[in-house]
Write a protein that binds this ligand. Structure first.
Ligand SMILES: NC(=O)c1ccc[n+]([C@@H]2O[C@H](COP(=O)([O-])OP(=O)(O)OC[C@H]3O[C@@H](n4cnc5c(N)ncnc54)[C@H](O)[C@@H]3O)[C@@H](O)[C@H]2O)c1
Ligand SMILES: N[C@H](CO)Cc1c[nH]c[nH+]1
Ligand SMILES: [Zn+2]
Length: 430
């Protein structure tokens, strides 16, 4: 990690840049994948799967036999861990259901909102560098609670043309039957346009690498809705003298191991702690199977010495990290100061990987500074909220005059008239 003294505000923007690939190449490539998939459907999906995933597929859809076989390949211990995590995720997301609240804004004027599930959704499960079956829980469970009817799951196949068994087991656990062996931006294009095999959906969910994330943003141009830009993982840790270097180093490495384009940031008001954490990183790195990936991610990463914890929080709010860990004394006292972050972990015993798997919160979170204007995935992401109003005779008499005045001021006389005819009718009735 490169080391910095607390920067002058004019340097914050450049310090907060994420390790993006050449945006021009990326966008050109993804756009041409979209064009091809739009024209050639399955044929293009198969060609890109051969090119990027190294496997020629005869069928894109996972068969029922494959799902049954996969269930036997997952150990009982892992099955039970997935089930325990799924209960916590279910509890937390079920608590996000809203009661219908009817508000009488003026006497006789009743307004409320009701949620309706988005019927046809596509969920993307990353599988390029690691088979993220935990993401199936993070998207499948809230989709179930919301009542989404048709769920299509896409994930890249391995070199043998198979989807990881744990992904198939977890999909089966949450009731997802339509599973397709297609990844990357071609999967997003397939769900956007629909092909002979893939359904066209109303909204696409799920994290992914830069290709997937750019593709989701491109899909917006084709009347598609997306959850959030949830790209390469990142974590920012704020540490003080009370933090345990071994713990902090493990948290930083947990996100660095996701991909070479991940980024981790450490801020501390103690130079001693920064040095100790760096020593720990070097020690733990050697023991990681994915050390080559993490090592490259660490080259994109920074440690910053601040003068105070408040200063560190100011910088973090500007950076808007996907994950923020407050590894500081009395971390709960600082939560009000956090204005931009996807998900926050407090104290020494809240590792980020708890949120990745099992605490209950969603791990599909905004990256690349999007925590400034997006929330992570939640139950709300899977529903539309429809507003209702029921206005009584008394109600229209109470607000009618105001509406007439406002409509007239906007020179929209038909609007005014829609109220006037009713007020006149009621006058005659009395
Ligand atoms: N923000 C979040 O909520 C969140 C959650 C989980 C994971 N993630 C991130 O998701 C990402 C998963 O990435 P991944 O790569 O492991 O899996 P992935 O499934 O997102 O991407 C793999 C696919 O990328 C495509 N691809 C690879 N190289 C390409 C190229 N040169 N040109 C065009 N397409 C190409 C291929 O089609 C391949 O199937 C990681 O960066 C991880 O940090 C983010
Ligand atoms: N940390 C990732 C989100 O950035 C989610 C994840 C899934 N599995 C492990 N980690
Ligand atoms: Zn993770």
């Amino acid at each position: 990690m490169k080391q910095y003294k607390y920067p002058n505000i004019k340097d914050w923007k450049s310090l907060c840049e994420r390790p993006l690939q050449n945006q021009e190449n990326l966008s050109e490539q993804v756009k041409s994948i979209f064009d091809e998939v739009k024209i050639s459907g399955d044929k293009a999906l198969k060609l890109y799967t051969e090119k990027f995933d190294g496997v020629a597929l005869s069928s894109l859809k996972v068969s029922e036999i494959e799902i049954e076989e996969a269930k036997n390949l997952v150990s009982d211990d892992l099955k039970s861990a997935i089930k325990i995590a799924s209960e916590n995720i279910r509890k937390f997301h079920a608590s996000q259901q809203e009661e219908k609240k009817i508000i009488e804004t003026t006497e006789g004027v009743f307004c409320w909102r009701e949620s309706r599930a988005i019927e046809n959704i596509g969920i993307y499960i990353p599988g390029g560098t690691a088979p993220l079956f935990s993401t199936v829980l993070m998207l499948g469970i809230p989709a179930n609670i919301a009542g989404c009817k048709n769920i299509a799951l896409c994930s890249p196949p391995d070199k043998d043309g198979k989807i990881n068994p744990a992904i198939l087991f977890t999909a089966d656990l949450v009731g997802i039957k339509n599973i397709f062996k297609v990844g990357g931006s071609q999967a997003i294009a397939g769900l956007t346009f629909g092909t002979e095999t893939l359904p066209k959906v109303d909204k696409i969910f799920g994290p992914g690498n830069q290709y997937v994330t750019f593709a989701k943003q491109l899909a917006l141009n084709y009347n598609m809705a997306i959850d959030i830009p949830a790209g390469p993982s990142e974590v920012l840790v704020i540490a003080d003298e009370s933090s345990i270097p071994e713990f902090v180093a493990s948290d930083l490495l947990s996100q660095a191991e996701h991909g070479t384009d991940s980024q981790v940031i450490l801020l501390s008001n103690s130079e001693t702690i920064i040095n100790e954490i760096n020593i720990e990183i070097e020690r733990q790195l050697k023991e990681l199977p994915r050390h080559e990936i993490a090592k490259i991610a660490l080259q994109n990463s920074k440690s910053i010495l601040s003068n105070s914890i408040d200063e560190a929080i100011d910088f973090s709010n500007f950076y808007a990290p996907e994950h923020l860990i407050l590894s500081i004394e009395n971390a709960e006292n600082f939560t009000d100061k956090i204005t931009n972050a996807g998900s926050v972990f407090l104290g020494n015993y809240s590792p980020e990987s708890a949120g990745d798997y099992a605490s209950g919160t969603n791990h599909t979170l905004p990256t690349n500074g999007f925590a400034k204007n997006y929330s992570g995935v939640s139950l709300d992401s899977f529903v539309k909220k429809i507003t209702f109003q029921n206005i009584t005779k008394n109600g229209i008499q109470n607000i009618g005059k105001n509406i007439e005045l406002m409509a007239e001021a906007e020179e929209l006389m038909a609007h005014k008239n829609a109220v006037s005819v009713r007020l006149k009718y009621l006058e005659n009735e009395n």
